[in-house]
Design a binder for this molecule. Structure first.
Ligand code: ATP
Length: 76
């Protein structure tokens, strides 16, 4: 279980093999972290409630086949 005071306090936590190195910024629905697994670096967006990011995830899913969309995945 991940224990954090707020969604902005996840630096140092490991999620699905990715280490959350640095808080990049926050928005209305969560916080975004610069994260890594070996040499791979990705942005991880964390939200307290999955429903907060479902619309965004659905929009990204629709754009999945366009070349400019970066690699991503969504899980709860
Ligand atoms: N994929 C990404 N790569 C790098 N930085 C990102 C990425 N996504 C978001 N960020 C950074 O994290 C910040 C917060 O992003 P987030 O998506 O949570 O909110 P937002 O879109 O800026 O605001 P809101 O959700 O209120 O419209 C952004 O302002 C941006 O600086």
């Amino acid at each position: 279980m991940i224990r954090a005071v707020t969604i902005k306090d996840l630096v140092g936590v490991d999620i699905r093999g990715y280490h959350l190195n640095r808080l990049i910024g926050t928005g209305s629905y969560g916080a975004v972290y610069e994260s890594s697994a070996g040499s791979e670096r990705i942005a991880v967006k964390a939200s307290i409630r999955a429903s907060d990011v479902l619309n965004e995830a659905a929009a990204l899913q629709r754009m999945y086949y366009y070349e400019f969309i970066p690699k991503y995945f969504f899980h709860d």
